[in-house]
Design a protein around this ligand. Structure first.
Ligand SMILES: Nc1ncnc2c1ncn2[C@@H]1O[C@H](COP(=O)(O)OP(=O)(O)OP(=O)(O)O)[C@@H](O)[C@H]1O
Ligand SMILES: Nc1ncnc2c1ncn2[C@@H]1O[C@H](COP(=O)(O)OP(=O)(O)OP(=O)(O)O)[C@@H](O)[C@H]1O
Ligand SMILES: [Mg+2]
Ligand SMILES: [Mg+2]
Lengths: 165, 165, 165, 165
């Protein structure tokens, strides 16, 4: 179990560095076991240094930088053991437009082998989806699922706005 | 494996029978605040065997049953079914097509079914345990998880690494 | 002190109900002292019931509904004792477009007597501002303040996009 | 009273002297993730006398001093000044125009000034104590506060009510 966990950490570390480069276009990232001799109990430390900066701790990073660091790490773990589907709930909320674009670029590559379902309020993410579902509540307190767009045909932003009343 | 569709009735804000079809690639779910998007995610977690009510935004499991609105009465049962294509055999089951169902009655009674055959909760969680698709894995990511994964407290982070091992 | 605090609670309650109506266009809200006889120590309970719904607790509300409830409460307290300025950091992030609009409508009325500074990634909020500042980091790790627009003249979204590189 | 401008040098990601002009009405601050927007808010809190490093995303106060980048050396001091128009006399001072300044040296030494006259931290916090503009009031709202105000733990909520009283 100890050897298996160490192997997971090592694979995750390599993936994390790769994902970080794609999302931050630079900088350094690392996963450090505080106590190498005791991997199963040791604290796991995350290092995140965006390009050109030298933040002392993760708490000093901005809201968006923290979100992007966490996303890099989650994708890194996913790469170790891909799940058949991945359900994301508004994790693009703190990201600026450029970072949303980078995040979606990675999602698109993974989406060839994984079903991605992304709940979002972000127009860029809506645009990038192959399929768009709306959830409405015409009758107060009663939810309905509505198909808005399948495989990028025909629909426009007006359709999405119609879901708001 | 890939997910085919999710069916809900009496679950949270979905009193009427509702279907959510999964497609290949990227699916985006949109809609106004409070319309029921995160509730769909809760339904998926729940049918996969989630027992931690905190992850379902509740304190008692009974709270997932449609509680009524100003005009509608509460319902007595919540039911969610997940249809899965398993032709690639990635789930440990002889079936090429699987339907996993979970029911909860206000009395507190629960029912679990695989392909309409009653089973135990454990049979459902065992089915998904190794495929990275458990109710516990990084396959379902919400905003709170993004903070938790970077927090000083190590547990959430360690748990995710163990899931990937 | 006890009388003063009770008076504050009562004023805040009235304001909260008013703010809630403007942001939720319906529903009920209340501030309840768990122990009326001991206002200085008692727990303060917040009731938030969007129109047509009867959520049992605040935890059952959606992310956006919780944010809007908190905003109603913060504005309610502000109305009791207005501050000369108000600095908001991305509190519009979980709101859908319609709710951002309602939030900004209230901000505009208060902005006659209060300087509002709103950090945001939301295009609607940017549009609503009288003055727009950009912060850039052309040199890695070195922030610069840039005036983008004063009093709604001339600028377009392209200018804002130019801040991203 | 109204704010006229904020000047920073050596504060967090602002090594060079930077000015932020306040205007009437609504000002929006935009820019990419990590460019320094929230750092401006931290500077405002800090010059108003904030002592809780947790609200400044740090553990030691020294962390607000520019820590350098890959190419720039750290600086030895952080200084923030806030210019205020007090012609309406809402702040308890004889001056119609006030400049509040705060300096921190790496040695740990602090300096506080009002209109260039050295004073104590207490003199600064007293100045704002009653105007709803303290470093503690609901005049500065960030995403975390939105969750805190609704959480089961009563303290944050109670504190805000007491501030309004
Ligand atoms: N058992 C229940 N019965 C009826 N309604 C419920 C139940 N549980 C939750 N709800 C309602 O579901 C709504 C929340 O839905 P949900 O969290 O899915 O919204 P959302 O679409 O994710 O919104 P947001 O964009 O704000 O995150 C709440 O208004 C709540 O009252
Ligand atoms: N003492 C310091 N010296 C140098 N840089 C610092 C210091 N403290 C913080 N920073 C840097 O400031 C950046 C964070 O800035 P800030 O939080 O203001 O970003 P932001 O514009 O709010 O971004 P977001 O949109 O993601 O919230 C971090 O990259 C951090 O490294
Ligand atoms: Mg939600
Ligand atoms: Mg920020």
């Amino acid at each position: 179990a100890k050897a298996m966990f160490l192997e997971t950490i090592n694979k995750a570390r390599d993936n994390f560095k790769q994902m970080y480069q794609e999302l931050f276009t630079g900088g350094e990232a690392d996963i450090i076991l505080e106590d190498e001799s005791d991997p199963l109990e040791s604290r796991i430390e995350i290092v995140s240094r965006p390009r050109g900066k030298k933040p002392l701790t993760i708490t000093q990073l901005s809201g968006g930088e923290r979100a992007l660091t966490a996303i890099s790490l989650l994708f890194a773990l996913y790469m170790v053991k891909p799940s058949p589907f991945c359900f994301l709930d508004e994790i693009d909320a703190p990201l600026d437009d450029v970072n949303v674009g980078r995040f979606l670029k990675i999602v698109r590559t993974f989406a060839r082998q994984t079903q991605f379902v992304i709940i979002t309020h972000n127009k860029i993410t809506m645009e990038a989806a192959d399929t768009l579902y709306g959830v409405t509540m015409e009758e107060p307190g009663v939810s309905k699922v509505v198909a808005v767009r399948f495989k990028k045909e025909a629909e426009t932003d007006d359709t999405i706005l119609d879901l708001h009343y | 494996m890939y997910l085919k569709n999710l069916e809900l009735v009496g679950f949270k804000s979905f009193p009427e029978k509702s279907q959510f079809l999964f497609n290949k690639g990227i699916t985006s779910i949109v809609g106004p605040n409070g319309c029921g998007k995160s509730n769909l995610l809760d339904a998926l977690r729940w049918v996969l065997g989630e027992q931690r009510t905190s992850l379902l935004r509740g304190t008692k499991m009974e709270e997932v049953i449609f509680a009524g609105t100003r005009t509608l009465k509460p319902l007595g049962m919540a039911e969610v079914s997940l249809n899965i294509d398993n032709k690639d055999g990635s789930l440990p089951s002889q079936y090429g097509e699987l339907t996993v169902s979970r029911r909860l009655y206000r009395s507190g009674e629960s029912e679990y079914l695989i392909n309409k055959v009653p089973c135990r909760l454990k049979d459902i969680t065992d089915l998904f345990a190794d495929s990275g698709v458990g109710a516990h894995a990084y396959a379902i990511i919400q905003q709170e998880m993004v903070d938790a994964i970077l927090s000083d407290k190590n547990e959430e982070r360690r748990f995710l690494f163990e899931e990937a091992a």
